[in-house]
Ligand binder design. Sequence first.
Ligand SMILES: *[C@@H]1O[C@H](CO)[C@@H](O)[C@H](O)[C@H]1NC(C)=O
Ligand SMILES: *[C@@H]1O[C@H](CO)[C@@H](O)[C@H](O)[C@H]1NC(C)=O
Ligand SMILES: *[C@@H]1O[C@H](CO)[C@@H](O)[C@H](O)[C@H]1NC(C)=O
Ligand SMILES: *[C@@H]1O[C@H](CO)[C@@H](O)[C@H](O)[C@H]1NC(C)=O
Ligand SMILES: *[C@@H]1O[C@H](CO)[C@@H](O)[C@H](O)[C@H]1NC(C)=O
Ligand SMILES: *[C@@H]1O[C@H](CO)[C@@H](O)[C@H](O)[C@H]1NC(C)=O
Length: 930
Amino acid sequence: MLFRVIYFLIFFNISWCQYDLINVYPGTRMSVNDDMFVSASNAFYNFAVLLYPFRNTTDGGSILCNMRYNTTDRFVHSVAVIGIAKNSSTNSEQFMFVFAAEKISTMSPYVCIGIITKSTCSYSYSCTDMGITGSHQEYFLIGVDTNGTYAYGFTSLFVFKLDIYADKIILNLTTDSVWPSQGFIPHAMDMADTWGVVAGYGYADENRNNYGTLGCLIDLSTLINASCISVTNESTFLIPSNVVLYNDLYELSVAIRGNKILIGILRLSSVVILHNYGSSLHISRMHILSFLSSNSVCRVVDWADDTTIALLVQDPFETSWSTTQIFFYRENSVTLTSPIFTFPNNQQIIGSRLSRPSFARFSITIKGNMAILTDKADILIIPLASAGYTSSWIYNIERTYVFYFQPKLCIGGTYKNHSSLGPCQICPTNTRNPGTFSYEITQCISCSNNSSNSFCPLASLADITNLTTISSYSQAVAYPETADTTDIEDILLKNIFQIGNDPHCLLISPVLWTIIASALCFLFILFIVTIDLCGYEPCIKYSKTMKKIFKHTDIIGEGKMWIGGLTTLAIIVLVSFSYWFSASFIRRYPIENIFQSAKFSCDLSLVNAQFSTGLVLLAIPKSESAQPIFDLLDKQIFNLTVELINTGFTCNSITAQENLISSKYVPLIIDCQQTIITATTSVTFSLPRHLTTIQINISGPYWIGAIRLCIRGHGQISGSNTLRELDFCEFYSTPNQAISRYTYIPIVFVKNINMTQSLNPTDPVLYSGIWMPTFTTVPLSDEEYYLKFGNYLRYTSSATILQIMLDERPFYIKNIQQPIVRTAELIFHSLLFTSLCIELFAFSFLFIKLLIKPICQSIVYLFKKIYHRIFLLNDLHSSNTNDSISKIQTHLKGSIESGSFIYENNQRKNSKTCLTSQTELNSIETISKL
Ligand SMILES: *[C@@H]1O[C@H](CO)[C@@H](O)[C@H](O)[C@H]1NC(C)=O
Ligand SMILES: *[C@@H]1O[C@H](CO)[C@@H](O)[C@H](O)[C@H]1NC(C)=O
Ligand SMILES: *[C@@H]1O[C@H](CO)[C@@H](O)[C@H](O)[C@H]1NC(C)=O
Ligand SMILES: *[C@@H]1O[C@H](CO)[C@@H](O)[C@H](O)[C@H]1NC(C)=O
Ligand SMILES: *[C@@H]1O[C@H](CO)[C@@H](O)[C@H](O)[C@H]1NC(C)=O
Ligand SMILES: *[C@@H]1O[C@H](CO)[C@@H](O)[C@H](O)[C@H]1NC(C)=O
């Protein structure tokens, strides 16, 4: 090829600029219908001819033929396909097309019919010279009517009509007889059956001072007197050289469907929809599009079907597959956010071997199939896909310039209910497509009706009903708080003198048991006293022995009273309970080793531990004993598991990397598992360090319903330091929406260090440490973006990026656990408590002695006195003398003064009364002795 280029440089250097062999943008270097595709490559002197370009492989696929120019002295301006030759008696063997060319050496335009035989790819040309030399044509358009019988050529100089099968020019006209406006330069055209539309620039007024953009309706039978209308209403002047010579910015495009015509005006980024009402054109709509990042909109336009239009948009930054895109719109809704879909998209990519091409031209056939010619003269063939299918790129490594797309079933999470060139749409919330069926999905399957126990967001593949498999869990627990009382004496007193009302509490209540013991003792006292009073000799002897024994056990009256000895039993009961309590209580430390509830106490959660917690700056130097736990924590290896839930992404579309400074990164080795049933793909890898940013790159057309991040790390025990096993998972999702294409999740770790002081002060302090993650809510959904900028954007990106930033807080949580009481202290307190009990009982004796005894004595005395008086009064009443009353009064007074009253009384009473008084006295005596 280089040789040929040099050849041209040498021999045709004058016309080099006019004949840019490589550029495929000007003219129409590609033409397609449902039977045939032709593209012309002046650089390779070749026509690429595809017969049955959209036929599927089961029907035999398409046939590719290369049709060499039979001369290098040819510059092809435009091609137009005819298709299967109608005159051919040889059973649809021959295919035809026409092209408009120019002899470079003489600058003479000519038109040729190319004929190719299907079975052999043998070809021939039949050319007709226009009879003009030395006139280079900037625009030499050619078209064929839909019947395929005539070809029509348009230039700024002449217009002709060619009878294809007769191979004869039947009309040869000058432009003056065709175009009403002078100096008309045709830029684009399309043909219907009996009429055609040519768009170009011409002088809109008689004075030839201002070019206007015109759309002209041509009657194909005569070609004369086209009816032109101005399709724009601009006030600016157009520079003639821009429209006369080829200038990409001034390109126009025409497409006809039915009686509707599209005219694309690149310069104004607009598309005009016109109607043909028989004799003239009428503008029905004009849409202006201004994409921020695009400087080229509507260079090529076409009808995708009767109501859908397709526009070529140059947008170098929008997608990674090409620098141009084809936007598909509803005819009457063409706004920035209203595209139905764009091509390419994440389900219809263009392989990287084409290295982001730009589309020079595309065309959609009457059946809705599309062909694209790229700037590097590669050809893309995209057949219309029926409902449930989308045409997608076929990977191949062959040396070819034709790249086929093939209808494939909708991928998981999507469906398509109509035939189109576009991608499948995502399943709405609460419906799904597992993507595993062998038949087409025109409607997504509904998920379980009960949305509370099923996870089925937008673009779902599976109905996840077992939410426990995807839920968050954490090892973080609230550090216990110290109980109200941390004073051992308070705890002892509270627990010993407490009588709860629940059965367990009552059963272990020391007070209850002491009362029972006291009651038994009291009964025993009564028993002893009774046998004393009966005076039966053996019993008295027995009681004496008992009293002697009890006197020895008396710890209250220091061995003086036998009742004191009995009371000692009650004291022993009480003190024993307190020892039991103390012994059990001290063992309830540390709380990590407590597995049973405190049966010895009313409060079942009673522990011998007090807690304190606080935040300490990491920068503060650590003690020698504390340093190892920090080292262990810092050395723990984290395994990060990223679970992509309700997604169709496969393992080989996922990579992970550690981001370094300024867009540098290190790839990480991942371990990936995909579970088709639950539509979950999980990636696990070890984090190279704790404070880092991890990026997970996922490529492919799928969506993600939710993400669960799990960080795990092995535990380790080293001496008195315990590094606890790390295991937590956090679930990220937005209700009913899919995860966005770019997600940034920060996780901040805090070291959590538990210091447990030992019961024995000489034992080392136990350290245990664990990493605690804290999560923040992050925006997870792109829904608002799609709402604002267009739903089609869902399908324009296939890179899903998940960034996880791990950081550590500059402080750590320090939890200290220490016993409320240690052994020595408890022994001392128990002793104190024992003496307290003894004191209490002694006090009660003292109380009886000092208060109860005198009161009892007074009561008894008063009672006797009243009794005696009533008795005496009765006596006096019988003798009936007033003197004797006063005598008795005097006597009584005397007796009281002398204290002999009781004894005097005694002598007066019978022996039984006497005995009772004696007993009472004895008992009072006894009590006072106590
Ligand atoms: C191929 O096309 C035929 C009809 O032309 C159709 O019946 C068949 O299903 C197609 N096959 C595939 C794989 O699309
Ligand atoms: C190419 O083919 C056409 C049509 O058959 C013929 O007129 C022309 O002379 C050929 N050119 C060359 C260089 O053979
Ligand atoms: C067409 O007409 C022009 C003059 O009007 C003439 O020079 C040319 O030869 C004609 N071409 C053909 C193919 O008849
Ligand atoms: C279409 O072509 C056939 C012959 O191929 C012809 O008889 C018929 O008149 C043509 N129709 C039109 C509208 O030109
Ligand atoms: C849900 O998943 C968990 C963990 O895999 C499993 O233990 C449990 O049995 C499952 N529950 C049901 C209802 O399948
Ligand atoms: C982390 O991953 C490594 C290698 O994949 C594995 O050997 C190790 O057991 C994992 N650790 C945990 C806690 O799962």
